[in-house]
Design a protein around this ligand. Sequence first.
Ligand SMILES: Cc1cc2nc3c(=O)[nH]c(=O)nc-3n(C[C@H](O)[C@H](O)[C@H](O)COP(=O)(O)OP(=O)(O)OC[C@H]3O[C@@H](n4cnc5c(N)ncnc54)[C@H](O)[C@@H]3O)c2cc1C
Length: 376
Amino acid sequence: MVVGVGIIGASLADRLTRPATGGGAGSRDEVTIVDAEGPGAGTSGTSYAWINANDPEDPSYHRFRTAAMSTWRDLAAGFGDPAWYRPAGNTVWATADDAKSRLADRVARLTGLGYTAELIEPARLRELEPHIRPRQDALIAHYADEGFVHGGSATRALAERACRAGAALITGRRAVRLNTEGDRVIGVHLDDGRDLDADLTICAAGRHSPALLATAGVALPLVDPSVPGSEAPCLVATTSPADVVVNGLVHAPGLSVRAAEGGGLVLESVELDAGVDESASLALMEMVGDELLARARALIPGLTAKIAEIRRCVRPLPLDGYPLIGAQRPGLYTAVTHSGITLGPHLAVLIDREIHGHAAPELAPYRPDRADRAAS
Ligand SMILES: Cc1cc2nc3c(=O)[nH]c(=O)nc-3n(C[C@H](O)[C@H](O)[C@H](O)COP(=O)(O)OP(=O)(O)OC[C@H]3O[C@@H](n4cnc5c(N)ncnc54)[C@H](O)[C@@H]3O)c2cc1C
């Protein structure tokens, strides 16, 4: 059973109901997926959803993410070029001297790791993104293999395929606690009073995972979004249908932009998230929305679209930033991570292998109890 049908839970359900391949199960499992709302209703549906391995800092994690990008390509090919998968490249630029030198260094290090990264001239940017106008003196980088998904639609497509392959989907029901027998987790208790039994319960409840796990005395080192100054809460805006086209992802100083489903743009600025908390007032959200739109209009002359929606969302943010993946008790497996959009399908492949008795050494650095083990 999988609790939570965001990108992680949906990728898992899909994988666990696919015909068996190499390292997976010999025969497919009976899979039940449960969501308090519905597939894609959580963070995955509001995510900026950039698929990337753009950070060279930790080469091992970079390789893990590069493998995840490749898993996405294979997965999407199996759906036959779905509209929710957009491998359209990513353009980033810097204007301040220190930011330029960091960007040049990043491109050099990523290239050294064999990643597709290059510095490009403004003329090339105009070919890639004809409607975007960076500052004249910008240093511009392009990453052709990166892209994004429309997180809600991708999640729903995976959940639907899992259901067609036999998974049972329960929506609108919250798992209020893990049921236990001694040390073993034997399933969940739902908010309608039902108990669902399972040989294995996989907690993929994203940011809500700590609350569910705590009902069996299990801890998960995730950033608490209610703590003032937490980096987990953020705001993401979507515009009304735009009369301009943004082909790939664009990361300008102070603004990230990509196409939204339905013809609008998704706008995000990490810098404007400072001071945003879970209970951000409507007035603050409107103010941030106005600022995002002003920045978008400066970047994209001719943009007349308005803010259609601005949403508060919470990143499931592990304390050290790395995925939290693995068995936490007999009968209990946890799969929670930031960058879940990039990593979801790849994690699903590895978890499928691991829970069916085949080692997945790639997951070894990401065990949820790593901090405790390191301390002892
Ligand atoms: C603004 C923003 C930008 C981001 N940008 C990127 C990016 O560019 N690239 C990237 O890779 N990642 C990005 N992320 C992170 C990424 O979106 C998340 O890591 C990912 O969506 C998490 O997926 P999930 O399936 O774990 O959680 P969710 O999508 O939140 O799914 C969890 C599901 O569990 C359900 N649930 C919770 N508790 C229970 C319960 N007790 N019982 C039943 N159901 C329950 C919820 O209803 C929900 O549907 C971003 C996140 C945000 C917020």
